[in-house]
Design a protein around this ligand. Structure first.
Ligand SMILES: [Zn+2]
Length: 167
């Protein structure tokens, strides 16, 4: 058959869906249309492969078997507890160092104001006192936070430790 008799591709694909039709009959004998249909078939195959992400039915079983074979080591739990403790301690240390510098700057400021004039001294000192109380609040909040995180870390340690019957 000559090329100019080839059906419209839309008609061809519509008949392909239905499974029968004159265009499909033509395609069976026509090299060009067969090639188009073959290309379409391969593309459809790829699409189905992409659209079907379902894992093989044995996957869940194999994963569960692997999980059962490799339980999370208890040591990892202990390490994570220790990591929390260390982070808390380092954080507290860093805060103390930083607040020491802050307090040093504050002292320098107060001293220079005292040198400049006694008139400012009282105001500055009351301001400093306000800062101190603010700092104190911050320190208390940080310490409370550290205490809580440390307790969380200890709790993790205690929770992951083997019970007497297990030991
Ligand atoms: Zn054709």
């Amino acid at each position: 058959m000559s090329a100019h008799l080839c059906p419209d591709l839309e008609v061809l694909f519509a008949e392909l869906e239905e499974g029968e039709g004159p265009a499909l009959d033509h395609a069976a004998d026509c090299e060009a249309c067969s090639a188009v249909l073959e290309e379409h078939r391969l593309m459809e195959q790829d699409l189905y492969r992409l659209a079907d992400p379902l894992p093989p039915p044995t996957l869940v079983a194999s994963v569960m078997a692997r999980v059962a074979a490799e339980p999370v080591p208890q040591r990892r739990e202990v390490w994570s507890g220790l990591a929390i403790l260390m982070t808390s301690l380092l954080g507290g240390l860093g805060y103390l160092v930083m607040s020491d510098q802050a307090l040093g700057r504050l002292g320098t400021g107060v001293a220079s104001f005292l040198v400049e004039g006694r008139l400012f001294a009282e105001g500055v000192l009351s301001g400093a006192r306000a800062l101190w109380s603010t700092e104190g609040l911050a320190v208390a909040a940080i310490l409370a936070f550290l205490l809580l995180t440390s307790l969380a870390g200890l709790k993790r340690l205690a929770g992951s430790a083997p019970t007497p019957s297990e030991a």
